[in-house]
Design a protein around this ligand. Sequence first.
Ligand code: PLP
Length: 358
Amino acid sequence: MDIEPFALERWLAEHEHGAAVNLGDSGVRPLDADRFDTDPGTLGYVVPTNGDPDLRERVADRYDRGADEVLLTCGTQEANLLAVLATLDPSSHAVCVTPTYQSLYSLPAAVADVTRVELAAPEWTLDPDAVAEAIEPNTDLIVLNNPNNPTGKIHPEETVEACYDLAAAADAYLLADEVYRPLAAPDERVEPVASMGPHGISTCGLSKGWGLPGLRFGWLAGPPEVVSAAWAWKDYTTIAPPAFGQHVARQALDRETELLSENREHVRRNRDLLGEFAAEYGLDWHLPAGATGFLTVPDAFDSGEAFARALVDDGVVVVPGETFGRPGYVRVGFGAERETLREGLDRMATVIGGERGP
Ligand SMILES: Cc1ncc(COP(=O)(O)O)c(C=O)c1O
């Protein structure tokens, strides 16, 4: 099994630490731990190792599923890994919609054959006919990210349903990483695929919407055969969900309405700021849900990497579009503290070659 180096994570590992202004992250600025009780009591393994049954049931309610149709994981990342291991083997084929977060095509490609279906710029439209064409007799999995990282695109419900129907007709599963869904306004949210029927698998977690990436808390929800196969793999990955994570996750879910509306309000205001900047400097983007904008590169730069390197030299980290296979773009995270975003945009303006107004 070969795994591609994770271009985005390597770029961040190289540049994020010690940067004056970090606009490389894709989530909301993290919440302080002191907003929660952080004493879980004894630090034993979480038992049962698929996660506390009450908490699983609460998560399962979100999908109209039962507690045994949910596995609690170390972040959405582990949920995605386990979903791939549970559904693919070397004789399988997967259809992966890109550009997206690299695990959503490199993990399937480590196990099985992959055909990528590209979103069409500038609206980042997903064409279900292209997904249909990519399906092979041995297709076992179709992978989507909704809302999408890096573009912030919300694939509309009819498109997701069309993909679900294609998966069902192929006797395959549709896996949707929905980690940015809580950041979309409630009236913009698309039904999670795990609620669509027996071929839907949803992954999610508290890193992005709740602003709690350090908790490493996520989940996988879907049909019981997938969840139990994923649990069988989990015995070999991390055994159980994190005890701290589970303890704080209970509280974060109790306070979901308050925390999500606070975070959504924060990213909406920041999104307006980045939108004004983009308009001022003639950079195009598709108005994103989530907390990342995928912006075209200013004319003075040949590529996303050239622009991102010039910004790094000036202390600002953004992510070059090359890490998503789209060299004409950079991904700018706007979930940071407002002053941090302002400072980053001021520096960006200087790098582009103009002074910003007050
Ligand atoms: C689409 C997507 N899925 C999963 C992850 C990782 O999430 P977690 O911190 O919950 O493991 C990220 C992180 O950027 C992401 O963008």
